[in-house]
Design a protein around this ligand. Sequence first.
Ligand SMILES: *Cc1c(COP(=O)(O)O)cnc(C)c1O
Length: 379
Amino acid sequence: MHFETIAIHDGQAPDPQTGSVTVPVYQTSTFERDNLDHRKEFFYSRIGNPTRKALESTLALLENGRHGLAFASGVAATLAALQVLKTGDHIVAGNDIYGGSYRIFEQLMRPWGVSTTYTEDESLESYAACIRPETRMIWLETPSNPLLQLTDIAALAGFARDRGILLAVDNTFSSPYFQKPLDLGADIVVHSTTKYLGGHSDVIGGAVITTDDQLHTKIKNYQGAAGAIPAPWDCWLVLRGLKTLKVRMKEHEANALHLARFLERHPAVERVHYPGLPSHPQHELAKKQMSGFGGMLTFAMKGGLPEVEKLVSKLRLFILADSLGGVESLVASPAKMTLGALSKEERMKRNCTDNLVRLSIGLENPEDLEADLLQALRD
Ligand SMILES: *Cc1c(COP(=O)(O)O)cnc(C)c1O
């Protein structure tokens, strides 16, 4: 079955009781037992809920995984995936990862005795240089945030497997429509469903997808015990988003490519980072491991923070806001917003300069978006 057919049908058969074509929102905390000795499949919604189950099985199928687990946010999913580790274990993470993941590694994991080393860049050599005897996990984001640099997932997965190290991939930026890390050898995929999977900037959620039964059991037990589960209504919103994921991703990409080409020609722009441009240093790798280049692009302006400030204040369609992946276009300053919690020194180590502008390209008409950028870039 094809991606969009799975997104619409699998795990979401019409309700057997009423024939309802959409999965009902099972807004209930608990379920009646048969008797003292027997309970039904569902008995308490923290442990399991039918609306959540529909979302979890659809997510697993879309990533070509066997098991999906839904969480209350992307960071809750990240923390859950890290529960397969124990005190004394070591993580190697990309230097260009989501700021919230960095916060989890440093503020939540390190005090519990799980330390993280960050790579110098996105190359395999850089990952290899950080490995220690106690390394148990590699944490990868590709394309990375905010510079949209790529790492060869299949090569890193092979490297990790040879050493008994797990490879976890945060696939939020690409969505499973454009990239399937499990097919390339990753062990765990993590999502912020807040972004493309939900797709409408109206819900916070996360997911962990695996093929390995043991990893799944550990993370599922943690999900039930720690309880960072999404509400049935939030599960339903993400399920609804998934049904249009393919058509949205194709449009996000077409619009992003249009604007990346426009920005590349603009004299006020120093450099455009978008994997779909032939000028991107890893364009060939992008073509190999992704089936499309996504809707995120970052560009460096000539100048610095004052130029960025002027731009964002003049933009009318692009909304100045955190987050990404929704139908509306957003603009952000990585230095002031997404990575604003880091010291200047830490930001510079990740090449996150003040003149960067990150765009989440929405589903508006590309000519309207171009006109908005054009007027805002004018002196
Ligand atoms: C937003 C985001 C997260 C965190 O997700 P929340 O839903 O905000 O908790 C993790 N990884 C990436 C790449 C993200 O963009």
